[in-house]
Design a protein around this ligand. Structure first.
Ligand code: HEC
Length: 153
């Protein structure tokens, strides 16, 4: 494990024990991301460095900086109308609301928009909440806020 990675993970572990009640395990989340998400998503920072997944994967939006971001707003990604509408109505991703989204994106959008005809372009579901929490913990460990917190100390 390189130094930068372990610093980021260390900061994530700190933040998770501090803030998250049902925190997942970033290590387990990393392998779950590899097997379940990286066919469609990657995590690429603003300098173009690939933090997770592979370069040039564009089926799903880049997940770098997803927490605290309005849903459906990665530039140049062609989202479905329902996710964009949810973002316009105030959906901002956090560690709690991403769990039900990952478990069932269609149901999540239908409930959020109160519209039974809402659709999702993400045709994938995580099987259980524990895995969803692990993946979220992994994504948190790669988030820019974490790196800023680390350097601010
Ligand atoms: C089969 C391809 C596919 C897989 C596998 C997949 N996704 Fe997605 N994902 C998408 C697409 C396409 C969208 C855009 C959805 C829309 O526009 O309705 C999306 C959207 C998202 C969003 C919303 C992002 C935003 O900018 O609003 C998140 C978060 C997300 N995916 C996380 C994940 C995670 C975590 C995994 C692994 C458990 C995963 N996805 C697996 C295709 C996929």
């Amino acid at each position: 494990m390189n130094r930068q990675y372990s610093v980021v993970l260390g900061a994530a572990a700190f933040a998770l024990t501090t803030f998250a009640a049902q925190a997942g395990a970033p290590d387990a989340g990393a392998s779950a991301f590899t097997s379940q998400c990286q066919n469609c998503h990657n995590v690429v920072d603003d300098d173009g460095e690939v933090l997770a997944g592979r370069p040039n994967v564009r089926t799903g939006p880049n997940l770098y900086g997803v927490f605290g971001r309005q849903a459906g707003t990665v530039e140049d990604f062609r989202y479905g109308a329902s996710l964009v509408e949810a973002g316009d109505e105030g959906l901002v991703w956090d560690e709690e609301n991403m769990v039900p989204y990952l478990l069932n994106p269609v149901d999540f959008l239908r409930e959020t928009l109160d519209d039974r005809r809402a659709r999702s372009q993400m045709s994938f579901r995580v099987r259980d909440e524990g895995t969803a929490n692990d993946i979220i913990a992994f994504l948190v460990s790669l988030s820019p806020e974490m790196e800023e917190e680390e350097t601010a100390d």
